[in-house]
Write a protein of this length. Structure first.
Length: 217
């Protein structure tokens, strides 16, 4: 094989890999944890309803995806991210504390994942042990593999993102996804912002960056 043939072969392999990745989609469920729902340490109004909706969606649509990823805040000592007198912009009350009940996946999501066990690969990603970590891409799986590597190893080229909160961790995850080259959508009916105003700003920022905001239907 001469050099020209070798280059053509490499280009064909790369193009085929890219085409395969573009057809493989993951559902990324961001931080659907009791700590961010009504009754939790940092509740977002509507959080429990989103959790129930995500659970239903998983049961009904998991087979539409090639991979499901869940992310969780899993804070051990995140430094200045926690504050006794938080400003709710850069500092927050303690939440998502590693090992606590409220840092686990919401029961509605956990039950749905148990029901679909074996139907589709599911990867758990935890983030923020020693830092703020708003984006799911700041996290890693149980083997320490960063989320981007998890997705690329699975040949994923497109992401549907849902979870809590639209104005914070969902937005950060979606913006990182676009920056890293993923075809990215946020399922707007399966997320909720901290406030309506922050939600509107988040949707505008995501749309400007190339994220599609659509419904799950």
């Amino acid at each position: 094989m001469d050099e020209r043939q070798a280059r053509s072969h490499r280009w064909h392999d790369a193009s085929e890999a890219a085409a395969n990745a573009s057809t493989r989609t993951a559902l990324v469920v961001v931080d659907v944890q009791p700590t961010f729902c009504e009754g939790g340490e940092l509740p977002v109004p509507g959080g429990n309803a989103v959790a129930e909706g995500v659970g239903r969606f998983l049961r009904e649509h998991c087979r539409d995806y090639d991979l499901v990823v869940t992310t969780q805040d899993w804070h051990i000592d995140p430094g200045a991210h926690f504050a006794v007198d938080p400003d709710f912009v850069d500092t927050w009350p303690a939440h998502g504390v590693a090992g606590t009940a409220n840092a686990q996946l919401h029961p509605a999501v956990r039950a749905a994942l148990d029901d679909i066990d074996g139907d589709i690969p599911v990867v758990a990603v935890k983030k923020g042990a020693h830092a703020a970590a708003y984006s799911g891409f700041d996290g890693a799986d149980t083997d320490g593999l960063p989320l981007d590597d998890v997705l690329r190893d699975a040949g994923i080229g497109a992401l549907d993102i849902c979870g809590i909160a639209e104005s914070h961790c969902v937005k950060s995850t979606a913006l990182d996804a676009v920056r890293l080259g993923y075809d990215t959508a946020v399922l707007g009916d399966l997320t909720v912002p901290v406030t309506a105003e922050l939600g509107e700003a988040a949707r505008a920022e995501m749309t400007a960056a190339g994220v599609r905001v659509r419904t799950s239907a």
